[in-house]
Design a protein around this ligand. Structure first.
Ligand code: GTP
Ligand code: MG
Length: 198
């Protein structure tokens, strides 16, 4: 599948304000600055569709994009951003949790992980929570262009090993670079397949 039409639809400050759940939906989540908005732009071939920034905390609302008139991509705020106030962090968490727990058309959540780091507790804890809530998710390693070839395999393996301490089976894993448009076909083909379950 290729994306031929990608349009911003709306931003919601509450899960209850999201557009009608009348088509399949895929949401992108992960730590602040991991590259959620950049990945959405890469998949859609549109650099300024979702707003990106080198300063963490750019995306603060639930942003819906209509794709090929048939499904939704959703850009979510990042989790665990230390520099916002405690109250604001709680509000972000509530917004994201409400969305994840009640969005009936959410087919799959893409959990983005920065490929440059060792397995982070906050990411593993988030995936643990998705397991408890029964929310289907896949993992997307981002910013692969920033790694040396020798580091690529090593970092992914160590994340897999950390996951296997808790999970019996690994989720599907995508390896991406928004910079180099790596992983695009794999992600779009996956969405195409899941759309058939709608
Ligand atoms: P928040 O909305 O703040 O939670 O961040 P985000 O996860 O949406 O990240 P965003 O897409 O805004 O990207 C953060 C920074 O990382 C930007 O400076 C991007 O240019 C950079 N970036 C994102 N993806 C990649 C990538 O694949 N390669 C490289 N080299 N840089 C990337
Ligand atoms: Mg963003």
């Amino acid at each position: 599948m290729q994306i031929t039409k990608a349009e911003f639809l709306t931003s919601s400050s509450k899960a209850s304000q999201c557009p009608e759940a009348d088509r399949p939906e895929y949401a992108f989540i992960g730590r602040s600055n991991v590259g959620k908005s950049s990945l959405i732009n890469m998949l859609c071939n549109k650099n300024s569709l979702a707003k990106t920034s080198s300063t963490p905390g750019k995306t603060q609302l639930i942003n819906h994009f209509t794709i090929n008139d048939k499904w939704y991509l959703v850009d979510l705020p990042g989790y665990g951003y230390a520099k916002v106030s405690k109250t604001q962090r709680k509000e972000f968490k509530l917004l994201i949790d409400n969305y994840l727990r009640h969005r009936s058309n959410l087919m799959c959540l893409f959990v983005l992980v920065d490929s440059r780091h060792n397995p982070q507790k906050i990411d593993l804890e988030f995936m643990h929570q998705m397991g408890i809530w029964g929310i289907p998710f896949v993992i997307v390693f981002t910013k692969m262009d920033k790694l040396k070839p020798s580091e690529k395999e090593k970092n992914i393996e160590s994340f897999k090993n950390a996951l296997l301490e808790e999970w019996e089976e690994l989720p599907q894993i995508f390896i991406t670079s928004a910079e180099k448009a790596e992983g695009k076909d794999e992600i779009l083909n996956f969405i195409d397949q899941v759309n058939e379950q709608w």
